[in-house]
Design a protein around this ligand. Sequence first.
Ligand code: SF4
Ligand code: SF4
Length: 280
Amino acid sequence: MNRALLDSLFAAGGAADWGWTSYETLTPHMDENAREKAEALCPGAQCVLVCAVPYYAGDAPGNLSLYARGKDYHLVLGDLLNPICEVLHEKYPAYRFVPGVDNSPLPEREAAWAAGIGLRGEHGLVIVPPYGSWVFLGTILTDHPAPPPDRAPSPPCIRCGKCQKVCPGGALRGETFDPERCLSHLTQKKGELPPEQEALLASHPLAWGCDLCQKVCPYNAHPKATGVSTFRDDLVENLTEDMVEGVTNRQFKERYGDRAFAWRGPAVIRRNLALQTSKN
Ligand code: SF4
Ligand code: SF4
């Protein structure tokens, strides 16, 4: 594949870095279901291109995680990856190029680390200095043979341990991550929660997501701001009870359908805000 062409295409879309790895490198990190899905999307898959797009746009006060304040990254990265896939398909018509953002069966972080992008953070995130870990990942799965690697896999972070210490629920323990103790996961979990999860949420300041392990990370002390205008402009920083009270799913989607916090509807946000109010 043409490296110079891909450099310019990814850079034009705002990616801070991109790279590739063989599909085979990733299969040990995928369960059978994920492998079946990936191989149905792209039979004979051989290579995964992966890019990191920064989103940090400052840290104004608010109760939404920084990743959820701008336009939904699924839409923004889709707008980046779809045209790249079209260009690649025109240039290499015998091959498939399948874009993926978040909902892909591929282990995106493992793909980024295998491609040598940034650092392997102990909080399980990809750190891309000078943007820190405030990056979204996107992938392109293809049956085009993977070029030989041109970089070593990502090295680990400095392992200061601050992310593990700050985690309120103890979700990060050594190499393991327990989503049921992670506030980012719990703020998105539907329905009634068991008392210990309710207690965790009640003492959490955010209505959606949790940035604590990222905010304490030394690599995020002075992050460079994103150059992607859709992550910088028209931010929604805060949701109040008034903004979600009595709002139907449809109204919520009409207002916030282009935001990453909208996919669960207003009920989980109402519940999170009510739990936090009940504590105060
Ligand atoms: S996002 Fe919050 S709750 Fe989840 S691992 Fe990081 S610090 Fe812990
Ligand atoms: S807080 Fe420390 S241990 Fe955690 S990811 Fe950042 S550098 Fe690594």
